[in-house]
Design a protein around this ligand. Structure first.
Ligand SMILES: NC(=O)c1ccc[n+]([C@@H]2O[C@H](COP(=O)([O-])OP(=O)(O)OC[C@H]3O[C@@H](n4cnc5c(N)ncnc54)[C@H](OP(=O)(O)O)[C@@H]3O)[C@@H](O)[C@H]2O)c1
Length: 312
């Protein structure tokens, strides 16, 4: 009975819906014996548009790429992500060459139309904001950005006003704001109460759960989609679980790796829409997109996952 209840996507999983038809299949190059099923999706509250609960983050590994360096592993990562039905890709002008690399990969692979492209603006005044956003359109080689968010609250009021103009003009589809710093939470929360946003992006991980106290519930109350950055705490959760086997009960939620364990915990929160783990390897895509499949943890299972990680 206990297990059966977890198999049903209700409760904390309310709002989860397995409706997307993945483009991927074994015939399209899935890992041996690892045909992917349907990806779980959730709605963006302001439109009802459904997006897969796992996306791709492009900080660090993409920003570290040197001019002229071989981007074949990143191309494989993007190809695989697209083949398995992934759509949400997250970048920022502050991630070095990441936007330009993403723009190049989307062009090469001809996959721009099916992706949900998120980038940010992070500057000190509106002139700089306009220039940075113009540069993002060029680097991403697109005439429409799906989600543009103000990075780390910088010049937030002015930038949001400009983003509203861009949305009105159809150049962007959604707008939002991001942070990954606890010290900004108070100001971030005040901003969320003041501004009408389609989305927020916030840091949340099994070993970093502060955002679940006030920010994520407030986003739900205010009808904002919630994107999760740093879902692995930049790898801290892997360091904590290194060499440790998964608990047997992880099988009850179809989890076969620590990455899936961490991600399923996040995306089963009723206020969370999509987590964007940093992925620069195709094998990470195979692993992480499995967190958008199968049974999801219910409230009791989520508590058990927290206790397990807290006890490590
Ligand atoms: N304020 C903001 O707006 C803000 C701030 C921070 C981040 N972000 C966004 O959030 C995204 C995620 O953050 P992040 O990339 O810094 O950190 P993260 O997602 O917490 O951790 C990423 C790292 O985890 C490892 N990893 C990923 N999948 C794995 C798997 N299946 N198995 C084992 N290891 C795995 C990779 O390490 P290795 O590559 O070392 O192997 C990867 O670099 C960023 O890419 C960015 O898009 C936004």
């Amino acid at each position: 009975m206990h297990t059966t209840r977890r198999t049903i996507l209700t409760g904390v999983g309310a709002g989860l819906a397995a409706t997307a038809l993945p483009r991927g299949s074994a015939a399209q190059g899935a890992a041996p014996g690892a045909a992917m099923g349907t990806l779980v999706r959730k709605p963006i509250p302001s439109s009802g548009e459904m997006i897969p609960v796992i996306g791709l983050g492009s900080a660090r590994r993409y920003e570290e790429v040197k001019p002229g360096e071989d981007v074949a592993p990143l191309r494989d990562t993007f190809r695989r992500f697209h083949a398995l039905g992934g759509t949400v890709v997250d970048t920022a002008p502050s991630y070095g060459q990441a936007e330009a690399i993403m723009g190049g990969l989307m062009d090469d692979l001809k996959i721009r139309p099916s992706l949900f492209v998120c980038t940010k603006v992070g500057v000190d005044n509106i002139e700089q904001g306009r220039a940075q956003i113009d540069a993002s359109f060029k680097a991403l080689r697109t005439d429409r950005i799906d989600l543009l968010a103000v990075h780390n609250l910088r010049d937030i009021t002015n930038e949001l006003a400009y983003l509203r103009e861009l949305k009105q003009a159809g150049r962007i589809r959604y707008l939002g704001a991001t942070t990954s710093f606890d010290r900004q939470y108070e100001a971030f929360e005040a901003m969320m109460r003041r501004e009408q946003l389609d989305s927020i992006q916030i840091d949340y991980a099994l070993d970093n759960r502060n955002a679940a106290e006030r920010i994520i519930p407030l986003a739900k109350e205010r009808g904002m989609a919630v994107f999760i950055n740093l879902p692995f705490g930049r790898g801290s959760v892997f360091r904590a679980t290194q060499g440790k086997p998964l608990p047997e009960w992880a099988a009850e939620i179809d989890v076969t790796s620590w990455a899936q364990f961490m991600l399923k915990y996040l995306v089963s929160h009723e206020g969370v829409t999509c987590a964007v783990p940093g992925m620069a390897q195709a094998r990470y895509v195979d692993d992480n997109l499995r967190a958008a499949q199968g049974r999801m943890p219910d409230a009791a299972m989520r508590r058990r996952m927290e206790q397990y990680v807290d006890g490590l």
